[in-house]
Design a protein around this ligand. Structure first.
Ligand code: CUA
Length: 149
């Protein structure tokens, strides 16, 4: 009980709690400051069976990536510089990974679930979409491409 603690124990507890709050604050600050979107496993989108690109406005896109052995559908997409893209990802067969190089988009493609991440492409160029979860003999060739114009 708190009342029976030594002064030094109380001090140690306060310091520990202080540190916890401080580091939690740092985490929140870093996530906000670096504009990190934590990938989420969402439940309100049903797993889909084919890839899709939907353009909502000149700079808003929605991409449904279907991962399968050993490719992504769609294989190649093109968006304008500055476009914000909502990525939805699922798998048709086994567990795959999906990393968009030069970005912080990094998700798992798990059959029966849909992962989500958002990214704004501020720099033009070619971005490879890479499977980073070993998924069989064709794993190292499993990639797609995003072209930002
Ligand atoms: Cu799919 Cu590795």
């Amino acid at each position: 009980m708190l009342g029976e603690l030594e002064k030094s124990e109380k001090a140690a507890l306060s310091i520990a709690v202080g540190f916890l709050l401080f580091f939690f604050g740092l985490l929140v600050y870093a996530a906000k400051g670096m504009n990190i979107d934590v990938p989420t496993c969402i439940t309100d989108v049903k797993p889909f069976t084919e890839g899709r690109v939907i353009q909502h406005s000149p700079d808003r896109y929605e991409v449904h990536y279907l991962a399968y052995m050993w490719a992504f559908d769609p294989m190649e997409i093109e968006v304008p510089k500055g476009a914000t893209v909502d990525f939805y990802l699922t798998s048709k067969d086994v567990i795959h990974g999906m990393h968009i190089e030069k970005t912080n988009v990094n998700m798992m493609a798990i059959p029966g679930t849909v992962a989500y991440a958002r990214y704004t492409f501020t720099k033009p160029g070619e971005y490879r979409v890479i499977c980073h979860e070993y998924c069989g003999i064709g794993h190292q060739d499993m990639m797609a491409k995003i072209i930002v114009k």
